[in-house]
Design a protein around this ligand. Structure first.
Ligand code: NAD
Length: 491
């Protein structure tokens, strides 16, 4: 028999009570089948919680609750929706330490990084889209014989399926624009990191959202996720995760009701360091770009191209920065490097490193597991990596940098664009004309100059090519959550 709540222990022994049920219609309910899933602490391997795991029949219940809520929510004034979103952001801010504790325990993110980056971005994104709740308007135009106007309408019951790497932040990227414009949502968290979503559900209820507007489901991808993707009453599905699962979701949409799909998939980001770059700044950001959260970031700068004149000095500075990481419990002050999120991910990353070594690539540093409990791997870098080496081409989703040198701008553009991924890239240079010229030609949805991976709530984020389509954040995200209607009046 599943206990209705579990207790987690955070910093200084502080206890946190988390429900174990599925959040449907503002209540926590056990799965209809009684199925459960377990989540563990990646820093220790210890069991954190056993919680409900949704079956397709639970998805039916959640979708039906959302469908009922849609009639109320779509006609709720934008000003009221804004007020509720702002209330939710205030509650997350109030409980920021608890969210950071949960992400540290369940995901392995360093507490300070979770609080300063993931939780802070989630709060800002809610506030940003709260502002849009009463402003996402159409336009008017004259037409022969009359006039016309457009209006942007909510789509209806929407779903979101999110990954495990930065779960609260990515969840809010979907949830905030979705409900701001009057849709209702069934969100499935990743089975590896479900606890933040349960905490969020508690605050949704506390904020006063009507029942059914947001439903948060824990469960497996092949059961709960697939059921959402195939559901005939889900009209839009926003997905962040791997390419193969993204393709499956598109196929499920095609086979069911042609629900709108937006996909945020993987990446193999290029960081390009020109001779004229500020070396210290470039070495700092490129190191952050591949070691932050152990490289388990879709925008990770895992391919680093360095111009020949600065190459040797860059390598030295990069290595020094990478080796400064202090591996330890993400909850402890002083740790700067946590574990990978799962033992499966650790094995996958070690296998990629092994392939690099087998292919004869030169290892600059790292490459091994760190001998302690949990899923720890050394920060790793390969140098002089050939363009066709597997570690230069495949998304590793670990702290593994592939570094190579280049001579000309033309050459590095060819190398950087020679990837099926197109999510994010970075340029380091002190020449603003070059920065603009090169960013114009990079085939990625985001280019950062003299920094890496900035995420701002008011700037769109998403991919080109096989990194997906659709945008999170920014005004552009709203287009993915609305239908446009034109009304034509014969005057
Ligand atoms: P994943 O694709 O395995 O899982 C993502 C989500 O999909 C999970 O919630 C999972 O339960 C669900 N899922 C799995 N099988 C499913 C199915 N058959 N039907 C429906 N849902 C299913 O990805 P992951 O391992 O959780 O995350 C890592 C991947 O996500 C990496 O490739 C990474 O690059 C990508 N990612 C992309 C972004 C971005 O914004 N572009 C952000 C974070 C992660």
């Amino acid at each position: 028999m599943l206990s209705p709540t579990v207790a987690l222990t955070g910093i200084a022994g502080r206890k946190l009570e988390i429900p174990t049920g599925l959040f449907i219609n503002n209540e926590f309910v056990p799965s209809l089948t009684g199925n459960t899933l377990e989540t563990t602490n990646p820093a220790t391997g210890e069991l954190l919680a056993t919680i409900s795991s949704a079956s397709p029949s639970d998805i039916d219940t959640a979708v039906s609750a959302a469908k009922t809520a849609f009639t109320i929510w779509r006609s709720t004034p934008g000003t009221k929706r804004r007020q509720l979103l702002l209330k939710l952001s205030d509650l997350i801010e109030r409980d920021a330490d608890e969210f950071a504790t949960i992400e540290a325990l369940d995901v392995g993110v360093i507490f300070a990084q979770s609080k300063g980056m993931n939780v802070a971005n989630a709060i800002e994104t809610l506030r940003y889209f709260a502002g849009w709740a009463d402003k996402h308007d159409g336009k008017s135009m004259k037409i022969p014989g009359g006039m016309a106007y457009t209006q942007k309408e909510p789509i209806g019951v929407c779903a979101a399926i999110v990954p495990w790497n930065s779960p609260l932040m990515i969840t809010i990227w979907k949830l905030a624009p979705c409900i701001a414009v009057g849709n209702v949502l069934v969100l499935k968290s990743a089975e590896l990191t479900p606890l933040y979503g349960i905490k969020l559900a508690q605050l949704i209820k506390e904020a006063g959202f009507p029942p059914g507007v947001v439903n948060i489901i824990t469960g497996l991808g092949k059961d709960a996720g697939q059921a959402l993707a195939e559901h005939m009453d889900v009209r839009k599905l926003a997905f962040t995760g791997s390419g193969p699962v993204g393709r499956g979701i598109l196929a499920a949409s095609a086979k069911s009701n042609l629900k709108k799909v937006t996909l945020e998939l993987g990446g193999k980001g290029a960081s390009i360091v020109f001779d004229d770059a500020d070396l210290e700044n470039a070495a700092f950001w490129t190191t952050v770009g591949i070691t932050a959260h152990n490289g388990q970031i879709c925008a990770a700068g895992s391919r680093i191209y360095v111009q020949s004149g600065i190459y040797d000095r860059f390598i030295e500075a990069f290595k020094k920065n990478s080796l400064q990481a202090v591996a330890g419990d993400p909850l402890h002050n002083g740790s700067t490097k946590g574990p990978l999120a799962s033992s499966v991910q650790k094995e996958k990353v070690l296998k990629c490193i092994e392939n690099g070594v087998k292919e004869g690539v030169e290892l600059l540093h790292g490459g091994k597991e760190i001998k302690r409990d949990g899923n720890f791997i050394e920060n790793t870098a390969f140098v002089n990596v050939g363009e066709n080496m597997s570690i230069m081409r495949e998304e590793i989703f670990g702290p593994v940098a592939s570094i190579a040198n280049f001579t000309t701008e033309k050459e590095v553009l060819r190398l950087a664009n020679d990837s099926e991924y197109g999510l994010s890239s970075a340029i380091f240079t002190s020449d603003v004309s070059r920065a603009q010229r090169v960013s114009d030609l990079l085939e990625t949805g985001q280019v950062t100059v003299n920094t890496w991976g900035d995420v701002s709530s008011n700037a769109p984020f998403g991919g080109f090519k096989q990194s997906g389509f659709g945008r999170d954040m920014g005004e552009e995200a709203l287009d993915g959550w609305t239908n446009i209607k034109v009304v034509k009046i014969n005057t």
